[in-house]
Write a protein that binds this ligand. Structure first.
Ligand SMILES: *[C@@H]1O[C@H](CO)[C@@H](O)[C@H](O)[C@H]1NC(C)=O
Ligand SMILES: *[C@@H]1O[C@H](CO)[C@@H](O)[C@H](O)[C@H]1NC(C)=O
Ligand SMILES: *[C@@H]1O[C@H](CO)[C@@H](O)[C@H](O)[C@H]1NC(C)=O
Ligand SMILES: *[C@@H]1O[C@H](CO)[C@@H](O)[C@H](O)[C@H]1NC(C)=O
Ligand SMILES: *[C@@H]1O[C@H](CO)[C@@H](O)[C@H](O)[C@H]1NC(C)=O
Length: 757
């Protein structure tokens, strides 16, 4: 038979063309990798919407200076919109002239706003002279249509008074939150104080339809629990079994037999069909997302502590599903820490001076102990002195301190605790009036230095240098010379606002000695009503403030610290460590640049990755509730205007000219269409994953929002659209071609030789 060589080549070429032109589908990750717990907080008041019986208005207190009014679909349990009022309200009334308008009122300050009840348009607002209004009838349950009898809820028929529906009350039933029965039935029960369950009718039965849990509102602290792959444990077991073998041959034999058995099992599972095995191998990592989530370290449990004293575990790959939660029965949560490296136990501190230890068995928490601190005072914050050593510095509301050691649980812990007790620990903390540093030696707290502010001054932001992995000592410039980074670890930076002079001052300080290394003031009339924040990366600081002059603008300032601004000059001696107490410290030299940002920045954080190789991004929560990020490279203190750049400057890696206005790129707004209510004390955090390119970003506060970012692109992960199948087929065809064509060519050669001679 003639080999259809041309046909094969044709197929091959077409395949090559198709694989090389893999359609790069831009996969929009919006709503896929990000999730949000949209909270309302405990419901305070419910107002039915007269035009749509599916809708209710819920009033809840989002903070002490604002109120939250939300429109809610009672039949589906979905939030339609949330609206933050700029003042707290204690009355909602119906407008006497227009039954579709409500008036929200603060009776003590006489502030009011009038809204359309349905679409929440602001109709009018003012202070004093509130529109004539009628008080809404206060619904209370049980009433003449609802009775609770023998742990059953009876819904009576309005005319006959006979029981129409009966419902066995759920565990933890607290009260009937809302009931309405006109054209359809709406019933919402409050269970366990912060859970709301909505019911609907199915034939003759009432069945739970939706559930909304408000317990994890207002997060104050968090820890992360990694979820490990059970297959890693299996591999680990294999390696342990192999290393237990007495000879290399036995270990090899063990590996061979276990792998052979696994292969047989794989065949058995697929009914000995090679086709199935092949398709399964092809499908393996594209479909098995849980396995890749585990492998890439996306599978984590985010454990949050709330202001109201709840601890909850959120599954980070499962849309933030609440895996478990625990009511700690404390007045207010302050801080929590892992007490051990294996993350088996948590300690939680409360405002009223209690501390609880929570143990984990099979991933579920149990309160192991509950005790009180010896001093009965209100705790304002807790500082962990060294990781996992159970020693904490507790700061009270009256600015006093106490050193606290968690009772060692076993002899082993005791030993490790003792071996560290003579080490010298330096702690620096701050409040708005000053910075205070302590030395902790032999379980004694000694004041080391402090820096108090003048009467008109306030510390508006403070940050310590991030601990980062050191990858390069310097920056290579375009002409191959090196600028050495200033890498002294014990640095802190803070911003001081002066109300009298209307200035904002940046200070860089040595946290061991308290010496100010750099100070830089801004006299562009900073507006102190707006937030300021500061972040400290490897050798640079970025801070933000709002200035009123010459035009109101959000400013971003970068300060980069170098050993010397002369290239190739290195002042620190690597053999001799820095020792500020002995005077071995060279002050940094610095460069700074100011930028303008189009939106008001509330808080900032730096993206963290496992090895700190990925370029850093500055993640910012904006005043409008959105979260965005910009690469640190854009904020380059060495940047020059385009026409000033020399050829050498242009040769530098990722060199970009100085552009004073940083634009917001829509692709970098990671909250996209979401409506986020971060609250006033929200925290922006970054959690590294096993993939160097990827960092998890979360915003914890009134709501919880998490997503993943890749500041340098996803360089270590193949895109899901990468067509492995086509690639394999191409290789297969190549193999076939070589094996079929080679003999035919040598045949031809042979024949040719025979014909010639
Ligand atoms: C909101 O909280 C304040 C105190 O923080 C309280 O006085 C007020 O009544 C609350 N408002 C509502 C609507 O519950
Ligand atoms: C509320 O939910 C119900 C049931 O899911 C749906 O039929 C209705 O359209 C929703 N109403 C609004 C205003 O979203
Ligand atoms: C009314 O507003 C004032 C000032 O905004 C606030 O201090 C007060 O607590 C509010 N009253 C209520 C009842 O929320
Ligand atoms: C309320 O709490 C109890 C005990 O903590 C629990 O058994 C019950 O399931 C909870 N109710 C709901 C609806 O989750
Ligand atoms: C409603 O009841 C029918 C039978 O009466 C049942 O098949 C169906 O699953 C029920 N629906 C729900 C959501 O429970």
């Amino acid at each position: 038979m003639k080999i259809t060589c041309t046909a094969l080549v044709y197929v091959f070429i077409s395949l090559v063309l198709r694989t090389s032109c893999v359609q790069a589908v831009y996969s929009d990750d919006a709503f896929v990798i990000d999730w949000q717990l949209a909270n309302l907080g405990p419901w305070k008041k419910i107002i039915p919407d007269t035009r749509d019986h599916n809708r209710i208005l819920i009033v809840s207190n989002s903070s002490e200076v604002s109120s939250l009014v939300s429109s809610f679909n009672v039949s589906s349990g979905q939030i339609l919109f949330r609206n933050v009022l700029p003042f707290t309200i204690d009355e909602i009334q119906l407008d006497s002239n227009d039954e579709n308008a409500v008036v929200c009122l603060n009776s003590s300050s006489q502030q009011w706003q009038k809204f359309d009840v349905h679409d929440w348009f602001l109709l009018d607002e003012g202070v004093g002279n509130a529109p004539a209004a009628t008080i809404l009838p206060q619904s209370s349950y049980p009433n003449d249509q609802l009775i609770v009898k023998d742990s059953e809820l009876h819904i009576l028929d309005a005319e006959s008074g006979l029981t129409q529906w009966k419902l066995k009350l759920p565990q933890g039933f607290n009260k009937v939150e809302y009931f309405q029965y006109e054209d359809s039935l709406a019933l919402v029960l409050n269970v366990n104080k912060t859970q709301y369950v909505g019911f609907s009718i199915n034939g003759t039965e009432l069945i739970p339809d939706w559930e909304k849990d408000e317990s994890l509102t207002d997060v104050v602290d968090y820890v992360v629990l990694d979820v490990f792959d059970s297959r890693d444990l299996e591999l680990n077991d294999d390696i342990i079994a192999e290393s237990a073998c007495d000879s290399l041959w036995n270990a090899y034999w063990l590996r061979l037999t276990t792998d052979w058995n696994r292969f047989l099992n794989l065949l058995k599972e697929n009914h000995f069909s090679p086709g199935r095995v092949f398709t399964r191998l092809l499908a393996m990592d594209s479909k098995d997302t849980t396995a890749s989530d585990l492998k890439f370290g996306f599978a984590k449990i985010l454990i949050v502590l709330t202001h109201d004293g709840f601890v909850g575990g959120l599954d980070m790959v499962n849309k933030g599903q609440i895996v478990w939660k625990l009511d700690l029965d404390i007045d207010q949560g302050i801080k929590m820490f892992w007490t051990d490296e294996n993350h088996n136990e948590l300690v939680v501190f409360s405002h009223d001076g209690q501390y609880l230890t929570i143990g984990f068995t099979d991933g579920l928490p149990i309160i192991k102990s509950r005790s009180s601190l010896s001093i009965e005072k209100d705790v304002s914050s807790v500082i962990e002195l060294a990781e996992h050593e159970g020693q904490y510095l507790i700061k009270f509301d009256d600015a006093n301190h106490q050193l606290f050691r968690l009772d060692p649980r076993s002899d082993e812990d005791m030993l490790s605790a003792h071996s560290h007790s003579d080490s010298l620990v330096s702690v620096t903390e701050h409040d708005s009036d000053g910075i205070y540093s302590y030395m902790i030696e032999n379980d004694l707290v000694k004041d080391s230095w402090q820096r108090t502010m003048k009467p008109n001054e306030k510390i508006s932001a403070f940050v310590k240098r991030d601990e980062t992995n050191l990858n390069t000592l310097g920056i290579t410039l375009g002409d191959k010379s090196v600028l050495y980074k200033y890498l002294y670890p014990n640095l802190a930076a803070y911003l001081v606002t002066n109300e009298e002079l209307r200035t904002i001052t940046f200070n860089l300080i040595d946290a061991i000695t308290g010496e100010i290394l750099i100070t830089q003031g801004h006299k562009d009339f900073p507006d102190f009503r707006f937030p300021t924040d500061i972040v400290f990366g490897e050798y640079w600081v970025v801070y933000s403030y709002f200035s009123a002059e010459p035009v109101p603008e959000q400013k971003l300032v970068v300060v980069e610290l170098y050993e010397s601004l002369t290239p190739d000059e290195r002042l620190s001696n690597p053999a001799e460590h820095y020792d500020p107490l002995a005077g071995h410290i060279n002050k940094p030299q610095f460069l700074t640049k100011q930028f303008i940002f189009p939106e008001i920045i509330k808080t900032m954080t730096i993206s963290k990755t496992t090895d700190d190789i990925t370029t850093k991004a500055i993640v910012m929560e904006l005043e409008n509730g959105q979260i965005t990020y910009i690469p640190k490279l854009l904020l380059n203190a060495r940047g020059k205007a385009v026409d000033e750049m020399t050829n050498d400057d242009k040769k530098e890696f990722m060199a970009a000219p100085y552009t004073p206005v940083i634009p917001i790129n829509d692709n970098f707004v990671i909250t996209h269409f979401r409506n986020l209510l971060p609250g006033s004390n929200s925290k922006l955090i970054s959690i590294p994953t096993n993939l160097e390119s990827t960092s998890i970003i979360c915003d914890l506060g009134h709501d919880v929002f998490c997503t993943r970012i890749t500041p340098s692109g996803q360089f270590d992960l193949m895109s899901p659209t990468f067509e492995k199948g086509k690639l394999l087929i191409t290789i297969l065809i190549l193999l076939v071609i070589t094996y079929v064509i080679r003999p035919s060519v040598s045949n031809k050669k042979l024949k040719a030789q025979w014909l010639v001679r």
